[in-house]
Design a protein around this ligand. Structure first.
Ligand code: NDP
Length: 462
């Protein structure tokens, strides 16, 4: 008989929490998982999944236009936002059900309540007022949109959370930020016919990506009709006499819109979680500090996913959860591997990327070979669309190792997933060169760029 009520108590039913609870329960551990809202977390309920459904919806306007060049005449088309949202919600309900059933089938106890730490081995279940104990506690509470409280009028703005449930589609929207969420939603709203403006504080959107991807996407978005303002921020948001919002910018503009979406990063959800009571240390953003095995400074308390602010991506949280279960319950201490994470931005066109950007690689390696292709995708020849595809391979000239691959264009995310395997396996450029092309595809370009476009030495292009 164990001295604790549970072997593992998980706080938070998102990607990381659900995976660890399900696996640990499947191994015969006594597990409880508390969730105050809905199972599935940001990814399923108000993130990756509904976002991708909205991306699909927003692509039809271009599909209809493109079809003409292939001989189709599409009758008058109309878009209905409430239908999309209702269908999306039905799918999210279905997925949430799968998450719950997975937990139940594995034997985990589901607790529909907020839970807060009261000590190194104890948790208060808010809904019942009951305190329970656990040998291990896992914090997997994720993050929440940065509300930008310093911005006057920020309370009039929405975040990505609300964007999924607007009563009606705005006629015009202003989006602040230049990261994943700002860029993806700018393309979604534009594709659905909304007049869209993106405002970003820096010189170029998507600051952590390869320069070619950033510039290429910026150009493509502007060509579609999305307005992008760089080196500019909102200074005040107010409601005008006509009921619309008025956003004042640092360059003296007053922009009117029906909605203002703030996409300025996400903060760890640690406020009021009882971390002080348990003695758990946090960093400057409130993120939970963990070691290489996701253990906090308190031996019995662990944390995975966005709340640790290591890499804020769903597959990373899941990977961290799986490593933790190996460490705690399979006698196989495993630290998560955060190297070479392939990722996609579901902009239109998409960005798919794995490994180092040219800029980052230039700082770490003496000489690089850069292979770069820019071309019109085959589909665009008949559709007449001006869009360009960009592919770029960053190679260490010393040992021919491929350090990074970056793609802008259709299905770039799908390509990044497969390239992730190749780069994780340590492929060299010679491996790419001796791989037969699949013809006719866009991705064949990746194995047919035989001569470097240019070299980079000491961080400078030569
Ligand atoms: P990001 O970190 O991607 O981008 C935040 C943006 O806000 C940056 O452009 C940043 O500028 C800007 N910013 C931050 N603070 C301020 C400020 N005070 N004033 C003006 N601008 C500011 O965060 P997101 O909110 O877009 O997304 C959150 C996380 O969710 C991402 O990190 C990503 O990991 C994940 N995500 C992943 C997706 C995917 O995999 N496809 C999709 C959506 C989200 P600067 O660059 O100058 O710092």
């Amino acid at each position: 008989m164990t001295e604790f009520d549970y072997d593992l108590f998980v706080i938070g039913g998102g990607s990381g929490g659900v995976r660890s609870a399900r696996l640990a329960a499947g191994l015969g551990k006594k597990v409880a998982i508390a969730e105050e809202y809905r199972f599935g977390g940001t990814c399923v309920i108000r993130g990756c999944v509904p976002k991708k459904l909205l991306v699909y919806a927003s692509q039809f306007s271009e599909h209809f236009e493109d079809s003409r060049g292939f001989g189709w005449s599409v009758g008058e088309s109309a878009f209905d936002w409430p239908t999309l949202i209702a269908n999306k919600d039905r799918e999210i309900d279905r997925l949430e059900g799968l998450y719950r059933r997975g937990l139940e089938n594995a034997g985990a106890e589901i607790i529909a309540s907020r839970a807060e730490l009261t000590g190194p081995n104890s948790v208060l279940i808010k809904a019942t007022g009951q305190t329970v104990t656990a040998r291990h506690i896992l914090i997997a509470v994720g993050g929440a949109p940065n509300p930008h409280a310093a911005l006057p009028g920020h309370e009039l703005c929405i975040s990505s959370n609300e964007a999924f449930h607007l009563d009606e589609l705005p006629k015009a929207i202003l989006i602040a930020g230049g990261g994943y969420i700002a860029v993806e939603f700018a393309n979604i709203f534009h594709g659905l016919g909304v007049e869209t403006t993106l405002i970003y504080r820096g010189q170029e959107i998507l600051s952590r990506f390869d320069q070619d991807m950033r510039r290429g996407l910026h150009v493509a978005m502007e060509e579609k009709g999305i307005r992008i303002l760089c080196h500019e921020v909102f200074e005040k948001i107010e409601r005008g006499p006509d009921g619309r919002l008025l956003a004042h910018t640092s360059k003296g503009k007053a922009l009117a819109a029906d909605q203002v979406l703030l996409a300025l990063g996400r903060d760890p959800n640690t406020h009021g979680l009882g971390l002080e009571a348990a003695g758990v240390k946090t960093g400057i953003k409130g993120e939970i500090l963990v070691d290489e095995y996701s253990c906090t400074n308190v031996e019995s308390i662990y944390a995975v996913g966005d709340v640790t602010d290591r890499v804020q991506l769903t597959p990373v949280a899941i990977h961290e959860a799986m490593c933790l279960v190996d460490t705690l319950y399979r006698d196989r201490p495993t630290s998560p591997d955060h190297d070479m994470i392939a990722t996609a931005v579901f902009s239109q066109p998409e960005i798919g990327t794995v490994g180092l950007s040219e800029e980052e690689a230039g700082k770490r390696f003496d000489t690089l070979e850069i292979y770069r292709a820019e071309f019109r995708p085959m589909k665009a020849t008949l559709s007449g669309r001006a869009e360009k595809m960009i592919m770029k391979i960053v190679v260490n000239a010393d040992d021919r190792k491929v350090l990074g691959v970056h793609i802008l264009g259709h299905e770039a995310g799908e390509m990044a997933q497969l390239l992730g395997i190749a780069l994780k396996a340590g492929c060299t450029k010679d491996d790419f060169d001796r791989t037969m092309a699949v013809h006719p595809t866009a991705s064949e370009e990746l194995v047919t760029m035989y001569t470097p476009s240019y070299r980079v030495k000491g961080g400078e292009r030569v």
